[in-house]
Ligand binder design. Structure first.
Ligand code: AMP
Length: 257
């Protein structure tokens, strides 16, 4: 049973990393400049921090394309379990619906499993983890054995803007791409630009749940951010600007020695 579910999740993970592999094939074309190849191999681990709605998933997607490393979104991993109705998904669902954090006993094993997949050897992007001080410490222990450069990047977005970013968010259930009906609408209303699927609103992007999530961020995640800041490891990026500008700022941080 354990082996079977392990096999299933591995298969699923391979499926999830298809986009990253496709991006890798595109990026590693023969004409790529030598300097760029060198830069790609330096990406390592990128920990993207920021409040819900700050645009972490959009920036993860861009980084995946730019550096050919997979993006690990803990929210997406959990939603996948919920969709498949796994025992873990059934337990996680009630926390997610309430805008609460899923307990580490459920969260950490999924993350460790994903991080140990072969496509993560050169590095990966973490979107949505760590979210607590305890998770930041666990992550430190996990990364200790990997000799990968690690960047911790905070997407700074004023709190008053987050509410609109979250209530306006619509996602493609097929490719997970995010849009915003106020700030970044799709070309055709309600439909994904990439695969024409009908966009949906996440069940936790409802007003009352949003309030709880923002509250959880303040209480639980801000201490993790302060932990990195106190170690002098936090790199701040202005997240309140068009996604391409945010991406350029992140790239500049990653390129710095
Ligand atoms: P996200 O897609 O990152 O906004 O995450 C959606 C929900 O998944 C969160 O509100 C939490 O309930 C849960 N979740 C995602 N990442 C974590 C994490 N690192 N620790 C605990 N719960 C998480």
């Amino acid at each position: 049973m354990k082996t079977e579910s392990g096999k299933l999740s591995r298969r699923r993970f391979l499926k999830e990393s298809t986009a990253a592999v496709a991006a890798a094939l595109t990026i590693r074309r023969p004409g790529l400049a030598r300097g760029a190849e060198k830069e790609l191999s330096r990406a390592g681990v990128v920990v993207l921090l920021g409040p819900p709605g700050a645009g972490k998933s959009e920036q993860s997607r861009r980084l995946t394309e730019r550096y050919s490393i997979p993006a690990i979104s803990t929210g997406d991993l959990l939603r996948d379990h919920v969709r498949r109705g796994t025992p873990l998904g059934l337990q996680a669902d009630s926390y997610m619906r309430a805008g609460k954090l899923v307990p580490d006993s459920l969260m950490n094993p999924i993350l460790e499993d994903r991080m140990s997949q072969p496509d993560c050897e050169r590095g990966f992007i973490l979107d949505g983890y760590p979210r607590t001080l305890a998770q930041a410490e666990s992550l430190g222990a996990l990364l200790k054995n990997k000799s990968l450069p690690t960047h911790v990047i905070l997407l700074d977005v004023p709190t008053e803007r987050l509410f609109k970013l979250l209530t306006g968010r619509r996602v493609c259930p097929r490719c997970n791409r995010s849009y915003n009906i106020y700030f970044q609408p799709p070309k055709k209303e309600g439909v994904c630009d990439v695969d024409n699927a009908s966009l949906v609103q996440r069940s936790d992007d409802k007003e009352e749940v949003i309030r709880r999530r923002l509250d959880t961020y303040q209480k639980e995640t801000v201490p993790a951010i302060e932990y990195y800041a106190s170690q002098g490891r936090l790199e701040r990026v202005n997240g309140d600007q068009p996604p391409e500008k945010v991406a350029a700022e992140i790239e500049a941080k990653l390129a710095a020695p």
